[in-house]
Design a protein around this ligand. Sequence first.
Ligand code: MCN
Length: 796
Amino acid sequence: MTVTEEPGAPAPEIGQARRRKEDARLITGRTTWTDNTVLPGMLHLAVLRSPMAHARITAIDVAAARERPGVVAVYTGRDLADEQGSLPCAWPVTTDMVNPGHPSIAVDRVNHVGEAVAVVVARSRTAAADALEAIEIDYEPLPVVLDMEQAVQDGSPLVHEHTTSNTSYHFVFDAGDAGTGADTDAAFADAEVVVSRRFVQQRLIPAFMEPRSVVVQPLGDNYTMWSATQVPHILRVMAAMVTGIPEHKLRVIAPDVGGGFGGKLQVNPEEILCLLIARRLGKPVKWTETRSESLMTAHHGRDQVQFVDVASDRAGNVKGLRVRLLADMGAYLRLITPGVPVLGAFMFPGIYKFPAYRFECDGVFTNKVPTDAYRGAGRPEATFAIERIMDELAVTLGMDPLELRRKNWIGAEEFPFTTVAGLEYDSGDYATATEQALALIGYDELRAEQRRRRDTNDPVQLGIGFSTFTEMCGLAPSRVLGSLAYGAGGWESASIRMLPTGKVEVVTGSTPHGQGHETAWSQIVADSLGVPFEDVEVLHGDTSVSPRGMDTYGSRSLVVGGTAVVKAAEKVVAKARRVAAHLLEASEEDLEFSGGRFAVRGTPGAGMDIQEIALAVFAAHDYPEGIEPSIDAEATFDPDNFSFPHGTHICAMEVDTETGFVKIRRYACVDDVGTIVNPTIVEGQVHGGLAQGIAQALYEEAVYDAEGNLTTGTFVDYLLPSATDLPHFDTGTTVHPATGNPLGAKGVGEAGCIASTPAVVNAALDAVRHLGVTDIRMPLTPERVWRALHTGGDGG
Ligand code: MCN
């Protein structure tokens, strides 16, 4: 888009570090979270959850619970069996993928701890929770399957008895077959050097701040659902399909939502249960989870075992990449469970020019909570694997890890570049980002200090780790998504209405849950229409207000939704121009639009502000033929390509070899997210992403015991870092605009999380490799690091 810049004109809004409009209400909590919703006669739902990871339900007795004070109804899976259908999985990655279906409430069998087995509806939340204790259930235990590598062995017990194995699907991408690369087996057969590693991507919990919450209000045969969701539009379509409630009778509202990180990109069992029960009882029903329920039952992320082979010549020119994954699906396929590792398939080659590439993935069922999207969804896993194996290759070749990367990355002059995975990277400059990051962190001094510490056998060793990453986001071209997931489009919509007083309402199909769209979209509109930033109001998250949308995930909102806003604004200006020409008695061609004003070329002083035109149209008895009496427009945008932000992240890490404690000394990163709409928001997004990526490397892991109980079910056991656990971040940016959207923007919402994990682990290994340590399993707890140092192995 062109931003008008002329002498005396206000500075463009795009690029300004505006403070976020929405923050006052979000930070103080003075807003409409779903759980604040209180309706007359509202009932409360509490869910009884299975204590067994795998069992047959042989008897359920709810009679005593029905008698408890305040209880209105109690339902089991059998009671709702005829109407509950199956929760949706929208991403069948192969034609023969096995999907066992997923009831919102178990009927006669449970497949993970925490699965719903009965629900109580009562007049208060406490009455509902108390009555759960009165429900008696008999379980017949079945063998529990928890470990993926054992689950795929012949003779393993089955998670789903009607299947023949625990493998849901086997997905293959072979660049040789796809025509995007050479024969991988031949590349490996001819290679001078092959390095193979097995990496474990531990299971993580999205751990959003606001727990999930849902309220359903029935009014006749109409239903309004409030939900703390990232995806009100997708939820409405899917809930209508599952429950049979006609879509036009169902309104979904996502009020302000306190974080999601992919964990609220879901159609939850409780959302369906609230709908079904509100329909049965004709009364409003609310469910809000406890923190323990959230950690135990909201979908988890990651959980892969990665077998990675890289082939190269002795000079360090890479020749081939082979990846085999086992991806833990958990007990069921949720909304995009199978697609998460498959999305990663395209990112394993990273920024490097591999001539050959083969990827295989088995999606494996286990008796654990299903996995699904978690910030980055597939791309952090892939980035970890490639950035770790590049370091391992460098060590094997005796090369500097940066020199190896430089030798193999795509040069700035080579864009657009089609990768061996078939993606077209549009723009970037990996060398410049790396040089800036090296300067930011003070690389030469750190290397000198590292040498000193090694030479003096200092008990605290220093390491420096790199991650020179790219990722694919801005999901996504519909033609690509459509070929991967049924019914999924990758477009976004926006509409802009100029109100009579000149204020502007923008309706977006994106659904912010912490990303600051109200601010960024206001900046875009302020520039496009030449109106003050403060005069723009952004509306979102209600299917009656913004009927068309594809919601927020995959760092798509600015690239796709922001561009839809630009396109709608262009239409608004075009419409206003026709009106202005009519009112000013000039031809449209003679009008110059700048800074919100249509000026008549060659007639000084003659002109009209776009905000005046809005009033003139409202009050008009005189507007041009063929024009509706309003200045408004709607647009959709469907990108031709993904966006490919990139950057260089460097971590300097101290490792105490006596205690196993690690400490990030410095962390510097230079990210390229194309044109930046709001530098403050971008920096905040990078910081948040770094916190989560570093947390994977150092702190977080969802752990199950041998019976399938989640032993990290509270924040005492699941180590979510706070600000004081994190280092200062030195951040920088380079700008290589994206070529696929008029803003030139690339997504930023996941970048920090995708890039940082391997930089941290590479740094720790760089500190202690000379002491014989070749790998340390994540998270790098002091115990693991100590074991790796003193007893060998990966500390696992
Ligand atoms: N932005 C910008 N200039 C750019 C790129 C982005 O100013 N070149 C701004 C955008 O205008 C927007 C924000 O940065 O305000 C993020 O934009 P984008 O990269 O398009 O990502 P989305 O808005 O689509 O957000 C999704 C992304 C994802 S996938 C996860 S997971 C995530 C994340 O955002 N979850 C979050 N950031 C989060 N932040 C908060 N606070 N809470 C979450 O749950």
